[in-house]
Design a binder for this molecule. Structure first.
Ligand SMILES: NC(=O)c1ccc[n+]([C@@H]2O[C@H](COP(=O)([O-])OP(=O)(O)OC[C@H]3O[C@@H](n4cnc5c(N)ncnc54)[C@H](OP(=O)(O)O)[C@@H]3O)[C@@H](O)[C@H]2O)c1
Length: 272
């Protein structure tokens, strides 16, 4: 009886997962490598439409070849999200390709390691544009055109949105800004929009290319593990996803403090 119940629960979960992503129109930025690519691969089992966006054209073409025999229909779009005009074109071009957007993964990001004073204006600006401006602008544009159509918007933030690490000041600033944005946005009235932020710890991707590997913060996880946690979070309509349980435990006091502030935030919420 117990085994039967477990089989039924696991079958229902799998069925719900399949139904959820089936025929969905999905945008993923930073899809040519790392977590973005892992997301595309995890979605390969569903009959959905994916628009993979990245600045790495070769990486996108390779991804398309790799996905040729999958159930997912993949289209690609090369955009440089450090460029304000290309950020403005993000949602209009995605809509032109997909017709509608049900799920948007604002995942592209860059981190430049080094002291704050060693990063020139271009280095600082590029991190702000890709990590902060592009995800927020994408959400803004989608809200303008959604017209009541429900959608999920998932931003890959970082563990550094919650806790700083030496030599990542600029990067951590952009990710922490996303965290505070989401904290405020959730008190606004956007019934069609499900916003979810993801807080991965160090993940074994190209992200750390060119850096001294001994400087990668411990512990680490695989991009597949992060992608699976993200899709599970979308399914459960979570607002925050911590792919590492250990990290979540490490910041538990901070999370409790956040919950303690919740009544104060609600108290200040304007009446509709
Ligand atoms: N890996 C980690 O430890 C870690 C931890 C926490 C959070 N994250 C976040 O996870 C997200 C994905 O990172 P990842 O680890 O998967 O890194 P990744 O392997 O470097 O993938 C990021 C992708 O974004 C693309 N990209 C970079 N700049 C872009 C731009 N200007 N316009 C369009 N695309 C651009 C990159 O293209 P190129 O290859 O051409 O640069 C790359 O394909 C990022 O937001 C990152 O901040 C990563």
């Amino acid at each position: 009886m117990f085994a039967y119940t477990r089989f039924f629960i696991s079958f229902s979960k799998t069925y719900f997962f399949i139904v959820l992503f089936q025929q969905q129109h999905i945008v993923i930025t930073g899809a040519a490598s790392g977590i973005g690519k892992a997301l595309v691969k995890e979605l390969a089992q569903y009959h959905c439409h994916v628009l993979a966006i990245d600045k790495d054209e070769q990486g996108l073409k390779l991804l398309m070849q790799e996905m040729a025999s999958s159930k997912t229909q993949v289209q690609i779009l090369t955009l440089d999200l450090t460029n304000a005009d290309q950020i403005q074109a993000l949602v209009p071009m995605a809509l032109e390709k997909l017709g509608r957007i049900d799920l948007f993964f604002a995942n592209a990001g860059i981190a430049l390691y080094g002291s704050f004073s060693s990063q020139d204006f271009k280095a600082r600006q590029s991190q702000m544009m890709v990590n902060l401006v592009a995800p927020l602008e994408g959400l803004y544009q989608l809200l303008q055109v959604a017209n009541g159509h429900p959608f999920s918007y998932v931003i890959t933030a970082s563990a550094m949105a919650k806790t700083g690490m030496p030599n990542y000041a600029m990067y951590a600033a952009t990710k922490a800004a996303l965290d505070r944005f989401a904290d405020c946005f959730r008190f606004e009235h956007h019934p069609a929009c499900h916003l979810m932020l993801v807080y991965p710890i160090a993940t074994k991707t190209d992200f750390f290319n060119g850096q001294d590997l001994s400087k990668i913060p411990w512990p680490t996880q695989s991009p597949q593990k992060v992608a699976q946690s993200i899709l599970k979070g979308v399914k459960q309509k979570k607002t925050s996803v911590y792919p590492s349980l250990l990290f979540r435990c490490m910041i538990s006091l901070q999370l409790i403090n956040q919950w303690l502030m919740y009544p104060y935030q609600v108290w200040n919420k304007p009446h509709q």
